[in-house]
Design a binder for this molecule. Structure first.
Ligand SMILES: *Cc1c(COP(=O)(O)O)cnc(C)c1O
Ligand SMILES: *[C@@H]1O[C@H](CO)[C@@H](O)[C@H](O)[C@H]1NC(C)=O
Length: 416
């Protein structure tokens, strides 16, 4: 259904797929006698792995601006293509973008790059919005990865093993990685770029999960999942747009499978930041959505196809209720420092403590909406810790030499 990509190679994450794909592009260009082509264009909305992979593949990165609707700034792209046309190697583009928009010009962008001798790496991390609906190869990708641990059901909590197989068009196949022990490169005349993954088929033990998912969903089911993922995101964006600003939308006012809520204005109006919303969501029983990425200070919400409408509504209700809590601070009805957001999350210890001197009730703290019930309450185990302070400040206890003295040496000193 989704694979028109002809040749596959297995790598252990999206990032490793990017590296393998770009390395294949580089090997292909080198073989064509175009070793000088080293510039990789990357829109600023890209995932951080994109520039990291390009750098590792020996390319020079030219960032491309994003317009105020979240799409690639086409005039900047054209200017940069023109500037680098002699040395253009590739573009790395994510579709739909991480800003949650299907870039209308995707086909033209790919054409423009090809016309100037470059290759298109299409970051497939957002295939959840495409499986069964459209095919990257059709609108111009030469090589893409699939994040099986995102779109194809492999759980990836806690940084567990991922799989990022890449698919390439035929002209890149001879440049796919090889393996020193096991023959994985079918082409006899291949001039591969070397080995990318020590295990020839990547984290193969987890592949049955994706296989079973595809087999049980079937072609219709997979397409349905993409449609529901997009529908769910649009449903939530629609419910929340009356309370928050949805940062980016497509030309027709819709979002893709995810959307960004702009929480930055609350810093000025209520001294509230994205992290405060994220922590407060725990009191409502929710793990926070992606925070401060791809836009700093915002929340990026990707409901996927997996949650039912009741759950989506609960999440929206929580967000709307939190917006009202912010309004109370804005309107001076709640303390700007000691409020349910700044003091969140509320642990069982905190709520049951005999000392309670806050300007809001324990009920507001722990059971802010009727659906948060004592019998099913998820209790955050720890209250707020200082998020980045610890990362940014090396704490050295620097104990004095005496601390290393053994009891034996102390005894010796006492007796002498
Ligand atoms: C997750 C993601 C990646 C990287 O994938 P990993 O498997 O985490 O290495 C790349 N691009 C985008 C857009 C992503 O969302
Ligand atoms: C952004 O979207 C609006 C509404 O669709 C459109 O009028 C405007 O031209 C777009 N701006 C850019 C820079 O594309």
């Amino acid at each position: 259904v989704f694979l028109i990509l002809l040749y596959l190679c297995f790598s252990c994450s999206g990032a490793q797929g990017e590296y393998a794909g770009l390395a294949a592009i580089k090997a292909y260009l080198n073989a064509k006698g175009e070793r000088h082509r080293t510039v990789c264009l990357i829109p600023k909305s890209a995932h951080g792995t994109n520039p990291a992979s390009a750098q590792m593949a020996g390319m020079k990165i030219q960032p491309i601006e994003v317009d105020k609707n979240g799409s690639i700034d086409i005039s900047h792209l054209k200017a940069m293509v023109d500037k680098h046309k002699e040395n253009l190697a590739a573009i790395m583009i994510t579709y739909p973008s991480t800003n949650g928009v299907f870039e209308e010009e995707i086909g033209d962008v790919c054409d423009l790059i090809h016309k100037h001798g470059g290759q298109v790496y299409l970051d497939g991390a957002n295939m959840n919005a495409q499986v069964g609906l459209c095919r990257p190869g059709d609108y111009g990708s030469d090589v893409s990865h699939l994040n099986l641990h995102k779109t194809f059901c492999i759980p990836h909590g806690g940084g567990g093993p991922g799989m990022g197989p890449i698919g390439v068009k035929k002209h890149l196949a001879p440049y796919l990685p090889t393996h020193p022990v096991i023959k994985i490169q079918p082409d006899e005349d291949a001039c591969p770029l070397g080995t990318v993954s020590a295990a020839p088929w990547g984290s193969s033990a987890i592949l049955p999960i994706s296989w079973v998912y595809i087999k049980t969903m079937g072609a219709k089911g997979l397409k349905h999942a993409s449609e529901i993922a997009i529908l769910n995101a649009n449903y939530m964006a629609k419910r929340l747009e009356k309370h928050y600003k949805v940062l980016f939308r497509g030309a027709r006012g819709f979002v893709a499978h995810e959307f960004i809520l702009d929480t930055r204005p609350f810093k000025k109006t209520a001294n509230i930041e994205a992290v405060d919303l994220a922590k407060r969501l725990q009191d409502y029983g929710f793990h926070a959505p992606t925070m401060s990425w791809p836009v700093a200070g915002t929340l990026m919400i990707e409901p996927t196809e997996s949650e039912d409408k009741t759950e989506l509504d609960r999440f929206c209700d929580a967000m709307i209720s939190i917006r009202q809590e912010i309004a109370e601070i804005e309107e001076g009805r709640m303390d700007p420092q000691i409020n349910p957001l700044k003091m969140s999350p509320h642990t069982l210890n905190c709520v049951t403590s005999s000392k309670w001197d806050r300007p809001y009730s324990r009920e507001v703290a722990a059971f802010p909406l009727p659906f948060v019930k004592p019998e099913s309450k998820f209790w955050p185990t720890i209250a707020r810790i200082d998020d980045i302070y610890g990362d940014q400040h090396l704490v050295c206890t620097c104990p004095p030499m005496e601390a290393y003295e053994s009891p034996f040496s102390e005894q010796k000193r006492a007796s002498s």
